[in-house]
Write a protein that binds this ligand. Structure first.
Ligand code: GAL
Length: 716
C-alpha cells in the first residue's frame, strides 16, 4: 500500500513537472531605471555573483529616471521540465542589438542563438568569447538575464498562436510575398534552471540602457595611462636579451612602446603551465623586469590557468581541482578559496612582486575538444557548465585583486568573459583574423560590456599590414601580437612611414582616449560602440529603412543597411576603417554636420558619402563642436608626476564643451576621489572669433596638465 502511494506521488510529480507552469514574476525597482524580475527560485550562482561587483548606484541615480519601458503584463515566464522560459514583447519596428560579442552581425533580430562561452568559430550562433546575455532594443531599453547557464535565445524568430500582432498566413502557391520566416513579436529565452532573475534597463535612448547596464556592473574599465600606449607581444621563445634588443629597436627607430608581452616561452613549461620563469631564457627575472621598468617599459605575461605536473603548486592545488584535465594539466576550481590562494600566491611571488604589470589569460573560452567537458565535476559543487560560463570572469576578478592589493592598476588580455566583468581591466582577443569581422566585433563589444582588440599579427601585403594597423590604433588596445610571426611595426618597409605616423597618432591622442575611458568608468558610456547608439543615426535609420521595408518583410531589416564597418570612438569621433583592396568606401554620417579629423573641413550631414582617402590615412570624422585633446607624440605614457602640454582641437561651427579627465594614471586613488574633470569650452567672442578656455586645476587633486593651447580646425 505504502509503495503504491509513493509510486502514485512520483507519477503525479512527473506529470506536474513536465507540464508548463505559468510563473508569477516578482518585480522590484532595484535602482532608478533598473528593474529586477524574479521567476521561481533562481540559482544562487549567477553572472553577477561570479563577478562580485557593486553597482555604481550614485551614477545611476544621476541619470534621468525613465518609466518602465515595456508593458509589464506582456513579459511572461513559465517553467517547463524544470527549465524557465522567458517571453519579452517585440514591436514590429524594433531592432535588437547585443547578445554578446558577435563578429559578423550587428542586427540580431531574427537570430536563434545558444549563448555559450567558446572560441569564436566563424558563425554568429551564440558561441563566442563573451556571450553576454544582454540585449538592447532600438526602442531604448535593455534586457539582461543573470544566469551562468547556456541559454537558448529566439530573438524574434518564432510565431506564437496567441501573438498580439500575428503575421498573416500566406499562400505559397500564388503569393510572391510569402516568406519562410514570418514576422515574430517576441524574444523568447530558455534558461535550463527552475528559476532565474533578469533585469530590465530603462532608457529613454538605447545608449542610456547600455550606460545603466555598464554602471550596474560596476562601471567600465579605467586602464592605467600606459595601457593606452602601444604594446608589442614578442615571439614565443624570445629570451631576455632578445626582448631587450627588440625594445632597443623601438627606441632607436622612434616607435612608441609602453608594454611588452612575453608569450609562452617565459615559463619553464607551457600548455599546461608551471607559472615559473624559464631560467635558461630569463636568468634573473627580477633584474630584467626592473631594468625595463626604469626605461618606462612594462612586462605583461601570457599564461593559461592549467597546472602542469612540473609546477611547484601541482601537489598542493590538486585536491582543489576539477575531475578532468586540460592538456593533462589540473583545472583549479576557482570557486574554492584554497585553489585561488595557491594559484594566485604563486603569481604574486614569482611575478607581481617583482614588477610584472599584468597578464594575458589565454584558453579560458574553449574549445570543446580540449577544455573540460560538461560531464566534469568541480569539488566546490558548481557544474562544468557554470564554470565554463564564468571561468574567464573569475580569472579576471581574482587576478585584478592582486593589483588592487598593491594599489597599482593593471591592463591585460583575456579570451573568455561574460556579463559582470565590465569593470575588470581586460581586453578580449582571439586567433580568428578577418579584418572586417574584427571591426564588427569592436562595434558589438559596446553592447556586451567588454573591450575587444582587433590585434595585428601578420599580413600578406604591405597594404593589409597598414590597414590593420590603422584601425588597431582606434581601439582599446593598440597591439602587434607577434607570438608566431615575429613581425615588428616596421616589417613592411613600403608603409613604414605611415605605420609610424599611426603609432605616434595613438600617443598624441592619449588624453582623448584616457578621458573617454574615464567616461566609461564614471558614466558607463562605452568608448567603442555602434553607430546605432548615435542619436542622429538611429533617427535616419528608422525614417528611411524601417518604415519602408519592415512592414512588408521584417527580415529585410536584419540585413539591409546594417552598418558593421564604421563605429563611434569616444564622444566625438566616427571611424571608418579601410580594408585591403579598397580604394574608396561609403560612410553613413548621422544627422548633424561632420568634419574631417585631419583637416577640419566639412564633409556632410545625415548622408552617405563616398571617400577615397589614399593609403596614408583611414577616414575619421568629428562631430560639430567636437573637441579632441592632443599631447606631444611621446614614446611612453606620461608618468604620474609629469606635466604634459595639451593641444585642444575644436571642429565645426558649434561651440564646444569637453570634459578632460585627469588623475595620477597609475593607482586606484581615483576610487577615493583623487581625480578631476577639467571643463574645456570653445565659444565665439564678440568679434565672432573662436576663443577657448579650461577650468583651473582642482586643489589637492593630481595635475598632469601643463601648458594648454587651442587649435580651431574649421576656420570660417
Ligand atoms: C594562443 C593565443 C595567441 C598566442 C598563442 C601562444 O592561444 O590566442 O595569441 O598567445 O596562444 O601559444
Amino acid at each position: 500500500m505504502k509503495n503504491v502511494c509513493s509510486y502514485g506521488l512520483l507519477f503525479f510529480l512527473l506529470i506536474t513537472s513536465s507540464k508548463t507552469i505559468g510563473q508569477e514574476i516578482q518585480w522590484t525597482e532595484v535602482l532608478p531605471g533598473v528593474w529586477k524580475g524574479v521567476v521561481g527560485t533562481p540559482e544562487s550562482y549567477n553572472l553577477l555573483r561570479a563577478a562580485g561587483v557593486t553597482p555604481r548606484a550614485a551614477a545611476i541615480q544621476a541619470l534621468d529616471t525613465p518609466s518602465f519601458p515595456l508593458l509589464q503584463q506582456e513579459i511572461n515566464a513559465s517553467t517547463v521540465d524544470g527549465k524557465t522560459y522567458l517571453h519579452f514583447p517585440l514591436d514590429s519596428l524594433e531592432q535588437l542589438f547585443g547578445f554578446g560579442l558577435n563578429f559578423q552581425s550587428v542586427h540580431q533580430r531574427g537570430k536563434i542563438l545558444r549563448l555559450h562561452v567558446d572560441h569564436y568559430g566563424g558563425v554568429d550562433n551564440g558561441r563566442t568569447h563573451a556571450p553576454t546575455p544582454f540585449y538592447v532594443s532600438s526602442r531604448g531599453y535593455g534586457v539582461f538575464v543573470n544566469s551562468a547557464r547556456y541559454l537558448e535565445v529566439y530573438a524574434g524568430s518564432a510565431v506564437r498562436k496567441d501573438s498580439k500582432h500575428p503575421p498573416q498566413a500566406k499562400d505559397r502557391n500564388m503569393d510572391k510575398t510569402w516568406t519562410a520566416r514570418p514576422y515574430s513579436d517576441a524574444v523568447e529565452i530558455l534558461v535550463p534552471a527552475a528559476g532565474v532573475e533578469f533585469y530590465i534597463f530603462g532608457g529613454p535612448k538605447p545608449l542610456d540602457a547600455v550606460r545603466r547596464f555598464n554602471l550596474f556592473n560596476g562601471g567600465g574599465i579605467l586602464p592605467p595611462r600606459w595601457g593606452l600606449g602601444f604594446t608589442q607581444r614578442v615571439q614565443r621563445l624570445y629570451n631576455a636579451a632578445e626582448v631587450e634588443e627588440e625594445i632597443k629597436a623601438f627606441e632607436e627607430r622612434g616607435y612608441p612602446l609602453d608594454f611588452v608581452g612575453l608569450e609562452p616561452g617565459w615559463q619553464s613549461k607551457s600548455y599546461p603551465c608551471t607559472f615559473e620563469w624559464d631560467h635558461k631564457r630569463f636568468s634573473d627575472p627580477k633584474a630584467f623586469v626592473q631594468k625595463l621598468l626604469k626605461k618606462g617599459i612594462r612586462i605583461n605575461l601570457w599564461t593559461n590557468p592549467y597546472v602542469s605536473p612540473a609546477s611547484p603548486i601541482f601537489k598542493e592545488i590538486e585536491p582543489f581541482t576539477a575531475s578532468h584535465t586540460v592538456w593533462v594539466g589540473l583545472v583549479p576550481d576557482l570557486m574554492m578559496p584554497q585553489a585561488r590562494n595557491i594559484l594566485f600566491s604563486q603569481w604574486q611571488r614569482s611575478q607581481v612582486d617583482i614588477g610584472v604589470s599584468g597578464y594575458k589569460i589565454d584558453e579560458v573560452d574553449g574549445g570543446d575538444h580540449y577544455l573540460w567537458p560538461d560531464v566534469a565535476s568541480f569539488p566546490s559543487g558548481y557544474t562544468a557548465e557554470q564554470m565554463r560560463q564564468t571561468y574567464g570572469v573569475l580569472m579576471q576578478r581574482y587576478s585584478t585583486e592582486l593589483y588592487k592589493k598593491s594599489n597599482k592598476r593593471t591592463y591585460g588580455l583575456i579570451r573568455g568573459s561574460n556579463a559582470g566583468a565590465v569593470s575588470f581591466p581586460y581586453v578580449i582577443y582571439n586567433d580568428y583574423y578577418k579584418h572586417e569581422d574584427f571591426i564588427t566585433a569592436l562595434i558589438n563589444s559596446g553592447f556586451a560590456g567588454v573591450l575587444w582588440t582587433p590585434e595585428v599579427r601578420a599580413s600578406k601585403s604591405a597594404e593589409e599590414w597598414l590597414r590593420r594597423f590603422q584601425s588597431n590604433i582606434f581601439s582599446p588596445m593598440a597591439m602587434i601580437n607577434a607570438w608566431a610571426s615575429g613581425t615588428k611595426p616596421w616589417s613592411f618597409p613600403e608603409v613604414e612611414a605611415q605605420v609610424k605616423e599611426a603609432a605616434l597618432l595613438r600617443m598624441r591622442m592619449m588624453p582623448y582616449w584616457y578621458s573617454e575611458f574615464a567616461k566609461y568608468h564614471f558614466k558607463g558610456t562605452p568608448p567603442f560602440r555602434a553607430m546605432n547608439l548615435e542619436e542622429g543615426f538611429a533617427l535616419q535609420e528608422s525614417e528611411k529603412v524601417l518604415t519602408k521595408d519592415l512592414e512588408k518583410n521584417p527580415y529585410v531589416e536584419a540585413t539591409h543597411r546594417e552598418i558593421k564597418d564604421q563605429y563611434m570612438a569616444g564622444e566625438n569621433l566616427l571611424v571608418a576603417p579601410m580594408f585591403t583592396g579598397q580604394a574608396s568606401r561609403e560612410v553613413l554620417l548621422p544627422k548633424g554636420n561632420w568634419y574631417d579629423f585631419y583637416t577640419g573641413k566639412f564633409v556632410g550631414n545625415g548622408e552617405m558619402i563616398t571617400v577615397s582617402p589614399g593609403l596614408d590615412k583611414i577616414p575619421v570624422y568629428v562631430k560639430d563642436g567636437g573637441i579632441i585633446p592632443f599631447m606631444p607624440p611621446l614614446l611612453h605614457a606620461p608618468k604620474a608626476d609629469e606635466r604634459i602640454m595639451i593641444e585642444l582641437r575644436h571642429y565645426g561651427e558649434k561651440p564646444g564643451v569637453y570634459d578632460l579627465y585627469d588623475d595620477d594614471g597609475e593607482t586606484f586613488n581615483y576610487e577615493k576621489g583623487d581625480y578631476s574633470f577639467r571643463r574645456v569650452k570653445v565659444e565665439r567672442n564678440k568679434d565672432g572669433k573662436w576663443k577657448g578656455s579650461i577650468s583651473p586645476p582642482e586643489k589637492g587633486k593630481p595635475n598632469t596638465i601643463g601648458k594648454v593651447s587651442f587649435k580651431f580646425m574649421t576656420t570660417s
